[in-house]
Write a protein that binds this ligand. Structure first.
Ligand code: NAD
Length: 477
């Protein structure tokens, strides 16, 4: 008997969780559960994290967590509990299989069978945001070598285990050369270790377009957090409904299983939600905890109900479906088919575990890191850029002002009158190629700037690593 933690969540969460648990019980899953209260109810009592200490203890103690969707209140003050849990528990890999069930569920893509492997801990989901000037806010996109290595290796190991043929990388490294560039570079490094698996690389915009149009050309897709979030909703929706897809969030110590969709407040409490996403997540969970036999029984009973056209409203279609049912009735239909085999939908391939063993990250040999300059960000409301440049040049303490940009585009020297500027300026000081900047220069520069009443809002150091620039050029530089 395995003890797990469950949370019924918000919106449609309690309905789809009750349906899922009824099916698991009827299939004799060897599980017992502790229920925790997280999400909206806690947010509304003033707990801005949406989770309390007791709930954390249960999740960490049981290690396996089946979670219904949570509503994240919009606006400032509340952090997304989903993101907090994935990161706090080190659940670095988010596995989202999106498969169509043609001819039983209406879809324009009968051949589709894509697994999206989404990085789960970093990227823009670091949630590090700042308002820096009256007009400009920023969000930091953090991509790390360990983060990329873990998720990309997971994707290749997954492809190997499940005999998938191809792994595709989705990035935007034509624009984000350092962050997405690192993801792509590590993808190429790791791909070389798996010569039997075909690989390709897609710029996210055309990759997403092809995924929506011709998903059958994809097999396993590995991508960073935000892109993975967006494309997995698209992929699930075009299989027939976002309500069909489940996901596993896997870490070294814990795992969390959930539907990919949210709490769908407009349809909550009406017994219309499709519980399939959470149920299929539960099937992944059963496989993860070594109950492949039950996983198979549940998956097959579910497939029989789908094949017989017993459909909830999101996938019900005249001519294809036979019976429109609510959440509870769908659960009953699955229970009634326990022990049956579907005729076409493939029998479950859950004989293996999704807990793949990924070697722990070992830090690379340190590169030679040389400080080459500093980007000083300034809040300035003037109009004549030469005025700003002149006052910045006067601060020169051995490091040359080489460039000013506004929202990334070069406006000095030789800017264009046409360029629209905000009150947020990046002012780059650099030394010649063969020189290095002593670190003390930066506080000295800042002290002079304060003396000259320049409103500095932040600085970023410009480093070279083994002679390779660790910073991007200005657009137009
Ligand atoms: P959503 O996925 O909750 O719902 C969008 C629409 O999809 C719904 O209105 C409904 O028409 C349909 N839908 C979703 N699930 C369905 C199901 N099981 N059966 C039938 N139809 C279904 O997305 P949203 O409206 O953007 O988000 C609502 C809330 O959920 C937000 O507070 C959001 O932050 C949260 N959310 C939570 C999670 C999570 O807990 N993992 C994930 C995504 C969104």
């Amino acid at each position: 008997m395995q003890r797990i933690t469950i949370a019924k969540g918000d919106g449609i969460g309690p309905e789809i969780m009750d349906a899922t648990l009824r099916i698991l019980k009827a299939a004799n899953a060897r599980i017992e559960w502790d229920e925790i209260n997280i999400g909206e109810k806690l947010y509304l009592t003033g707990n801005t994290s949406g989770i309390d200490k007791q709930a954390w203890e249960k999740i960490i103690g049981n290690k396996v967590f089946l979670k219904a969707p949570i509503t994240t209140p919009q606006g400032g003050g509340y952090k997304s509990l989903n993101v907090t849990m994935r990161k706090t528990l080190g659940l670095y890999a988010n596995i989202r299989p999106c498969k169509s069930f043609h001819p039983f569920v209406a879809t324009k893509h009968p051949e589709m069978d894509v697994v999206i492997i989404r990085e789960n801990e970093e990227d823009l989901y670091a949630g590090i945001e700042h308002r820096q000037t009256e007009e400009v806010v920023q969000c930091l996109k953090l991509i790390s070598r360990p983060g990329c290595e873990k998720i990309i290796r997971y994707a290749f190991e997954y492809a190997k285990l499940y005999k998938r043929k191809k792994v595709s990388c989705f990035v935007k490294d034509n624009i984000m050369k350092l962050t997405d560039g690192l993801f792509h570079k590590i993808f190429k490094e790791i791909a070389a270790e798996y010569p039997d698996i075909e690989t390709d690389n897609w710029i996210i915009d055309i990759g997403a377009a092809r995924l929506a149009d011709t998903p059958e050309i994809f097999d396993v897709i590995v991508t960073s957090n935000l892109y993975g979030d967006v494309i997995s909703d698209i992929a699930a929706q075009i299989t027939g409904s976002v309500g069909l897809a489940g996901s596993a969030n896997i870490g070294q110590k814990c795992a969390m299983f959930e539907a990919i969709h949210g709490s769908a407040p407009p349809i909550a409490g009406q017994n219309v939600a499709n519980p399939s996403g959470l149920l299929r997540a539960a099937v992944m969970m059963l496989s993860h905890i070594g109950q492949q036999d039950i996983a198979e029984v549940v998956k097959n009973a579910w497939a029989c109900a789908i094949e017989e056209g017993i459909h909830t409203a999101d996938i019900y279609k005249e001519g294809i479906s036979n019976q429109l049912v609510g959440t509870k009735e769908f659960a009953q239909a699955v229970i009634d088919r326990i022990g049956k085999q579907p005729s076409i939908i493939p029998v479950a391939d859950y004989e293996k575990d999704v807990q793949l063993l990924i070697p722990t990250y070992t830090r690379k040999k340190a590169a030679k890191k040389v400080l080459k300059g500093v980007d000083m960000f300034v809040d300035w409301k003037g109009l004549e850029i030469n005025e700003l440049a002149e006052s910045l040049q006067k601060l020169n303490n051995g490091i040359e002002l080489t460039m000013i940009t506004n929202r990334g585009v070069k406006v000095w020297p030789n800017g264009f009158d046409e360029t629209f500027c905000t009150d947020h300026w990046r002012c780059r000081y650099e030394v010649a190629d063969d020189k290095a900047v002593p670190k003390s220069y930066i506080p000295e520069l800042l002290t002079r700037a304060i003396g000259a009443k320049i409103d500095v809002i932040k600085t970023e150091n410009l480093y070279e690593f083994d002679g390779e620039k660790g910073f991007s050029l200005g657009q137009g530089q």
